[in-house]
Structures are given as C-alpha cells and as structure tokens.
Design a protein around this ligand. Structure first.
Ligand SMILES: [Zn+2]
Length: 472
C-alpha cells in the first residue's frame, strides 16, 4: 500500500491527508504526465510556521491575516496558488524546494501579490468555468476535514477538481510582473530581503527553455522569463533591506518543517538525507517520522523518546508519540501523550481531536463521555471540521444516542458541502430527536439549508417546523 493510500485510510491525525484532490492534469491544457491525486494536509505545527512566515506579508498587503487560509497541499510537484475567498495554497513539493525561509517567504509574497491585486478574480477562464460561486460558498470545511472517510472522499472528488483547476490557471505576464513588484514591496515593508524570491526563480531558470508541457505546474501558471527575473532583481537590490538575513529562529523552523514533510511524504528519502550520525533535532525528527511511516513504530518511538528527553514541553512531539501509539493499536497508551499535548497547547483543535478520538476508542463509558467533550471543544475553534463530526457520530452511536448520532452525521456532510447526504441524515435525526429541542431545530435548519425537496418542505410545514428558521 502506498503511503498516500494509507493516509486516506487513517483516522484523523496530526498530520493527515484530508482530501483526494483530482489530478491537476485533468484541467491543464498541456499533456501532463498523470499525477497522483494530491491531498490536503492538516498539521498544527506546520500551519503555525507557515502563518508566522506569511501573516506579516498578508498584513503588509492590506489583507486581514486572520481571514487568509493557508492550504497545505500534499503534492510532490512544485506549485502554489492564490484564490478568491482569500486562500493561499502551497504544495509540499514547493516548500521542500525552498532552501531558506526567505525563499519561501518570497514565493508567499508573490502569491500575496496576486491575492491583493485581485488577479484570480479577474480571470475570465475561472468565471467561465463557473468556479467563482463554488469557491465563495464552499468554505474550507469541505477540504479541511475528510480524513479517513472514504464515503466522504467520493463526495469530495466532485469539488476537489476545482483546486486542480485553480492551480492550473495561468496569469498573464503583466499580472506576473505586478505580483513580483508587489512582493518586493511587501518584503521590504516587513524588513525582509527580496533576495530569496530572485534566488528561487534563478534555481528554476532552466525551466524557461522547456516547452509548456514539461514545465513545473508553477511555472506554467506563473510564466518565468529572464527579463522578468532581471527586472525583479534590479528592484530588490536597490531596497534598503536587501541584505537582511533570516533569523536563527526562522531558519530553525524552516528546517523543522522540511524535516517533518520529508519524513511524512518521502520516508525513504528522509532516511538517506537525514543520516543517523546527524544528532540535530530536524534529522532525528525526520527519521522518527520516516520510521513511523515505514511501519516501524518501535524505532520511531525510541527516537521520539530521545527527543522528548531534551524537549519535554514540545506539544508536537507528544502529539506524534500519541499518534503512533494510537495508530499501531496501543490506544490506551496513546492517551497520556495526547493529554500532555493538549495541556501544552490547549487552543489547538487538532490536538484535542486526537485526544477525543483516543478516548472514544476505549470501552470505558466515562472516557467516551470525556471524548465527546473534547470533540465539542475542538469544534468551538474548528466548527466545520467534518472529521470531528464523524467521530462525534461514532461516540454517540457507542452511547446509544441515535438521534444525536444522525444529527452529527448530517453536520459532517453539511460541513463538507454535500447537501443531499446532509438532508437525508438530518431528516432521519428529526424522526429520532425530541421535537422542539435545540438539536431537533438544528436538524430542521440543516434540512432547510440543504436544498430540501418539495415533499420535505411540505412535511416540515405540516409540523410548523419552518418557524425555527423563518421566525428566529
Ligand atoms: Zn505569479
């Protein structure tokens, strides 16, 4: 089984593949070699590093950094994209190709230039493809939440090709040069050098000579030319912060992020790249993850325990330890490390979901009850997470709460943007729940918001149920 398939089968974990996104080749005009379906990855540690890199640039661009979502796309090809609805997508392949934080920040600044310049929304191609309303209404929950739900994955495939489409939409040369210039401005405004962006382009300059089909996706959509690189170079060299360098903290985080990605995505490569003789934190971290991915949990756990001896307050090491134990069927042993990760980082919903999953996976009714509470807490910060709803449904089934379970399943589909399924489960929940309770009203609201049939509406009207929506 490939690691990607394994990911898809996993339940929710710190680092999980979330959604099968249709291959980019589907929508690219040029004949591209078939790619594996890419998957969306959630990982608290990496998301935080990316936001620390990107948020100052978003702010400099006049965007509200709290509203820009960063999507980490598990795909080996080099690509990044910006979309309407303020989403910035970064392929893991691109992150791994950046040599320094400054290079990655340069690419992020360039994409931010497209976002701030409204370039994606100007694309006639996108409008023609009917993408705009989809993106605006979909919400990230569609993507953010599907690990381990094969049925959900099938629903998602219909939506997911849109992300491939977005990645393949080309910008004009004019938009490219404006995004470059904007990037230079954002980097300077945040006291950073534009050198990394030029270096990154220089590293892929040879792509210019390839015909369209052989170029990396990123350089198909963001056409590169010597002239473009030289124009950018002359601008950034004149900027006051041209000689600014990455801070030691930024360099360390970038190394950790790359080590983690390499370990998860390319475990064999990680073991070659990060030698046993390298006693540095990133190398040991990458090796631990690689062994875990290669189904050698004991080697992985020994490495993690070594890292924990020196870093007892690192929530992500505890998270990883709990994840490995859970996944290799040591569910009870997983509980303590997961509790520790939540104690150390109480505001991270993904860590709570792991703990909740472990608790509901045990027989003890008190633990199941506590697991339900953890999942509900996770939903407070991550309300459209379909995985959480799915786990809640599982917990309610264990507790024999049939109505609550079907309502949670309805919420799961609703958050995925799958109205048909949401409606069916919400109708079922209404039959099982006590009339006029908040849960029953919520089920009614889901039916009404999920393209109800005329018959559904007649049934609801007969009961006066529509009041909950129209008269609140
Ligand atoms: Zn571009």
């Amino acid at each position: 089984m490939t690691s990607r398939t394994r990911w898809a089968e996993k339940r929710f974990h710190a680092f999980c593949s979330v959604a099968m996104i249709a291959a980019i080749s589907v929508v690219t005009p040029a004949p591209v070699a078939a790619q594996e379906g890419a998957s969306l990855i959630r990982d608290t540690e990496i998301e935080e590093i990316l936001h620390r890199d990107a948020d100052p640039l978003f702010d400099a661009a006049g965007l509200d950094s709290k509203t820009v979502r960063i999507l980490l796309v598990g795909d080996k090809s080099l690509n990044a994209f910006a979309t309407q609805g303020l989403m910035l997508g970064l392929n893991t392949g691109l992150i791994l190709q950046t040599e320094t934080p400054n290079q990655l920040k340069g690419v992020i600044a360039h994409e931010t230039g497209h976002l701030a310049g409204g370039h994606p929304s100007r694309s006639g191609e996108m409008m023609r493809a009917g993408l705009t309303p989809m993106i605006l209404t979909m919400g990230l929950g569609v993507l953010a939440a599907l690990a381990g739900a094969p049925d959900a994955g099938a629903v998602l495939l219909g939506n997911a090709s849109y992300f491939g489409t977005l990645g393949a939409l080309g910008y004009s040369r004019d938009q490219e040069s404006r995004a470059d210039q904007a990037a230079a401005g954002f980097l300077e405004a945040t006291g950073q050098s534009g050198r990394g962006l030029v270096e990154f382009f220089d590293n892929f300059r040879y792509q210019e000579v390839f015909d369209q089909a052989r170029r990396f996706a990123y350089f198909r959509s963001h056409p590169l030319s010597s002239e473009r690189i030289e124009t950018l170079r002359s601008r950034v060299e004149r900027q006051p912060h041209y000689d600014a360098v990455d801070s030691p903290a930024d360099l360390a985080e970038h190394q950790i992020m790359k080590a983690k990605l390499e370990g998860f995505i390319n475990p064999q490569t990680a073991l070659m790249k990060y030698k046993e003789t390298d006693r540095g934190f990133p190398a040991r971290y990458a090796r631990a993850i690689a062994y875990y991915q290669m189904k050698e949990p004991d080697r992985a756990l020994a490495l993690i325990d070594g890292l924990l001896a020196d870093n007892a307050n690192n929530p992500y090491l505890w998270e990883l330890k709990g994840q490995i134990l859970f996944e290799f069927n040591r569910v009870e042993q997983a509980e303590a490390p997961q509790r520790r990760s939540v104690e150390l980082k109480p505001d991270a919903p993904l860590l709570r979901i792991n703990l909740g999953q472990t608790l509901i996976g045990q027989k003890d009714p008190a633990k199941v009850e506590e697991g339900v509470l953890e999942l509900k807490r996770a939903l407070l910060n991550d309300s459209d997470n379909a995985v959480t709803w799915r786990l809640l449904a599982q917990a309610y089934d264990t507790q024999g709460k049939d109505g609550a379970a079907r309502l949670a399943t309805a919420e799961q589909y609703f958050s995925m943007g799958a109205p048909q399924e949401a409606r069916v489960f919400a109708m079922r929940a209404r039959e099982l729940l006590t009339k006029d309770t908040p849960e029953w009203r919520r089920a009614t609201d889901i039916v009404l918001a999920s393209r109800p049939s005329n018959q559904d509406l007649k049934d609801l009207a007969k009961e006066g149920a529509t009041q909950s929506v129209f008269h609140n």
